[in-house]
Design a protein around this ligand. Structure first.
Ligand SMILES: [Zn+2]
Length: 136
């Protein structure tokens, strides 16, 4: 069981660590920083998922459509989450291997709570390219 996030389709993958008061302000008034509310909710779900032994799956690759924010979907933007002490019990699975940043992604595999899945890469890349990515 896991929670899957497709936030790369809607916003960048940089998740901040907002104050609860900033998230609550936007929630109650609609005024302020909407990203603070999103980030607060993401962190809450991720911490609870870790406590319950559930992984977090994150769409981490260029998505469909001609106007997907490829740079904003760079999985390297998630690194601060993997290092954050409250999230160290949460396992994160980066779906689709981070394409086209697959090689950068291998550096994130040094984190004990970060995993990569290679689904979808075989639909977008040549078999040799996928095999070299997996080998790396
Ligand atoms: Zn996906």
């Amino acid at each position: 069981m896991a929670e899957k996030f497709e936030m790369a389709y809607l916003r960048t993958l940089d998740v901040g660590n907002p104050l609860k008061a900033d998230a609550a302000k936007y929630y109650s008034t609609g005024i302020g920083d909407y990203k603070a509310l999103q980030d607060y909710i993401f962190r809450f779900i991720a911490i609870e998922s870790g406590r319950l032994g559930m992984a977090i799956h994150i769409h981490a690759a260029a998505g469909g459509g001609g106007y997907f924010n490829v740079a904003g979907g760079n999985p390297m933007l998630l690194e601060p989450l993997f290092n954050d002490p409250p999230l160290r019990k949460t396992n994160f699975v980066l779906l689709h291997g981070g394409w086209p940043m697959s090689r950068q992604l291998t550096g994130l595999l040094t984190k004990p709570n970060c995993y990569v899945d290679f689904s979808w890469q075989t639909l977008m890349n040549y078999p040799r390219d996928v095999s070299e990515t997996i080998r790396a």
